[in-house]
Design a protein around this ligand. Structure first.
Ligand code: ADP
Ligand code: MG
Length: 401
C-alpha cells in the first residue's frame, strides 16, 4: 500500500524525523487557510498523488508552459491561484504514465532554504535479504538518471537484522554524503529513526528525495514516499485509515475484497488462471501468438464457484477486454466446479466477447461437458498453445467484424 507525502511526513514526524510544517487541503479555500496558518513568506504547493516526478510533471489541461505539480508561491494569494489550477486537473509525470493522475489533494507547506539536496532510501534488498539504505549526494529530481548514468554515485548500506542499526551504518551514510561534525551526527540519528520506523511499520520502502541540508545547517526530509508490505497489513490496522482508494485501480481493490490476485495490464485479452506460474506461462504464450494480455486474475488453488464467478465479472468489468482466456489446471480445484462458475458468470453478465477455455486435471471431462451443454458460445481448447491461438484468432475475427 502506498500513501501520500503529507501522510508520510506525519508518520515521520511521529518517529522523530525533521520535516517542514505543512497542511493538507482539498479545496482552494482550505489551501488559502493552510497558507495563512503557516509562517510564510514563501510557501510550496504540492500535488498529492501516488507518484513521484511531480516537480517536473505537467498538467494535461494547462499546456506545457503552466507550472508543474510542485510550486513555489510568494504570497497567500498565489497559493490560492496555484490551488485553483491544480485541484481537479490531471498531473502527468514520468511515473504516472500518459494518462496521468487527477489531483484531489494538495499539501501546502513551508518554503525551505535549500543549501544541498541528497538522496536517501530504505528498502528491502532481496539480494542480501536485508533492509538496505541507498544513499547518494545526487538528490533532487533525477535519481533514475543518476542510477543509469553514474551508478558509482549511489552507495548501498545493508543493515544486519541481528545487530539492528549500528553507529557504523549511520557513519557510512554521513560519509557518503560528505557530512561532518554536527551534520554527520544529525544524519546518523535520522537514518536510525528511519530504520526503526521502517521495521516498526513493516515498510516496503521509505524514499526521501530530496533530503535537504538547509541554509542554517539543519537536515530535513523535503519529500518522502512510503509504501508498506501488503503481507504485513494485518499487523497494522491503524495504517488502513491512510489508504486512498481513489489512487488505486478500482478493479484491483474489488479483487482484493474477494481474495483474488488481479493485475491490470495493457493488452486486450483477459486471463483467468490459477497459480502465478500458469499466469506467467499464459501471458507468454499469448504474446508469442502476437497479442497482449489485458490483465490476469489468479483464482488460486482452491477457488469456489462464487470466487470463479467474481473473477469472471472482474475481468469483464475492464473495458479493454475484447476476449477472455480461461486457463485452469484442476489439481486441488476440480474442473467441473470451474466450469459451473464460468457458465454461471457468463450467463449473469450476458457475455459478449469471445471466450476460450482450457481445462486440464481433475474431472476435466465433466467440466468440458458442462461447458458444452451450457448453450453458451464457449470455445474449448486442449492445451496452452491451442488455447492461445484460438483466443487470438477469435479476438482478431471479432475486431474485423
Ligand atoms: P517530486 O519528487 O514529486 O518532484 P519533491 O517534493 O521532491 O517532488 O519536489 C521537487 C523539488 O521541489 C525538490 O527537489 C525541491 O527542490 C523543491 N521543493 C519541494 N518542496 C520544497 C519546499 N518545501 N521548499 C523549497 N523547495 C521545495
Ligand atoms: Mg522528490
Amino acid at each position: 500500500m502506498n500513501i501520500h507525502e503529507y501522510q508520510a511526513k506525519e508518520l515521520l514526524a511521529k518517529h522523530g524525523v525533521a520535516v517542514p510544517i505543512g497542511v493538507m487541503a482539498t479545496s482552494v479555500d482550505e489551501a488559502v487557510a493552510a497558507a495563512q496558518s503557516l509562517p510564510g513568506p514563501i510557501y510550496v504547493v504540492k500535488a498529492q498523488i501516488h507518484a513521484g516526478g511531480r516537480g517536473k510533471g505537467r498538467f494535461a489541461e494547462l499546456g506545457p508552459d503552466a507550472g508543474g505539480g510542485v510550486r513555489i508561491a510568494k504570497s497567500v494569494e498565489e497559493v490560492g491561484e496555484d490551488a485553483r489550477e491544480m485541484l481537479g486537473n490531471t498531473l502527468v509525470t514520468v511515473q504516472t504514465g500518459e494518462a496521468g493522475k487527477q489531483v484531489n489533494r494538495l499539501y501546502v507547506t513551508d518554503g525551505v532554504d535549500i543549501a544541498k539536496e541528497y538522496y536517501l532510501a530504505l528498502l528491502v534488498d532481496r539480494g542480501s535479504s536485508r533492509v538496505a539504505m541507498v544513499v547518494s549526494t545526487e538528490g533532487g529530481m533525477d535519481i533514475e538518471k543518476v542510477a543509469h548514468d553514474s551508478p558509482e554515485k549511489i552507495t548501498t548500506i545493508t543493515i544486519d537484522p541481528d545487530a539492528g542499526f549500528i553507529d557504523t551504518d549511520g557513519a557510512k551514510a554521513a560519509e557518503t554524503l560528505r557530512l561532518s561534525g554536527g551534520l554527520a551526527e544529525k544524519c546518523s540519528a535520522l537514518c536510525r529513526s528511519l530504520y526503526d520506523m521502517f521495521v516498526a511499520l513493516d515498510c516496503a520502502m521509505i524514499e526521501v528525495n530530496p533530503l535537504v541540508e538547509t541554509g542554517d545547517g539543519e537536515l530535513i526530509v523535503l519529500d518522502a514516499k512510503i509504501s508498506f508490505d501488503s503481507s504485513a497489513e494485518f499487523r497494522h490496522p491503524e495504517l488502513e485509515a491512510l489508504r486512498d482508494p481513489s489512487e488505486e485501480n478500482p478493479i484491483e481493490v474489488e479483487a482484493a475484497r474477494h481474495d483474488l490476485a488481479y493485475i491490470k495490464l495493457d493488452g486486450n485479452i483477459g486471463c483467468m488462471v490459477n497459480g502465478a506460474g500458469l499466469a506467467m506461462a499464459t501471458m507468454d504464450i499469448i504474446k508469442l501468438n502476437g497479442a497482449f494480455p489485458a490483465n490476469f486474475c489468479d483464482v488460486g488453488g482452491g477457488a469456489s464457484k462464487e470466487k470463479v464467478t467474481a473473477a469472471f465479472k472482474l475481468i469483464l468489468s475492464d473495458p479493454a477486454v475484447e476476449g477472455i482466456l480461461v486457463n485452469i489446471f484442476g489439481g486441488i480445484m476440480r474442473c467441473d466446479v470451474i466450469a459451473e462458475g464460468i457458465v454461471a458468470a457468463a450467463k449473469e453478465v450476458a457475455l459478449d466477447v469471445p471466450l476460450v477455455v482450457r481445462l486440464e486435471g481433475t474431472n476435466v471431462e465433466k467440466g468440458k461437458a458442462i461447458l458444452a451443454e451450457s448453450g453458451l458460445r464457449i470455445v474449448s481448447a486442449d492445451d496452452l498453445g491451442d488455447a492461445a491461438r484460438k483466443i487470438v484468432a477469435e479476438v482478431r475475427e471479432s475486431e474485423a467484424a
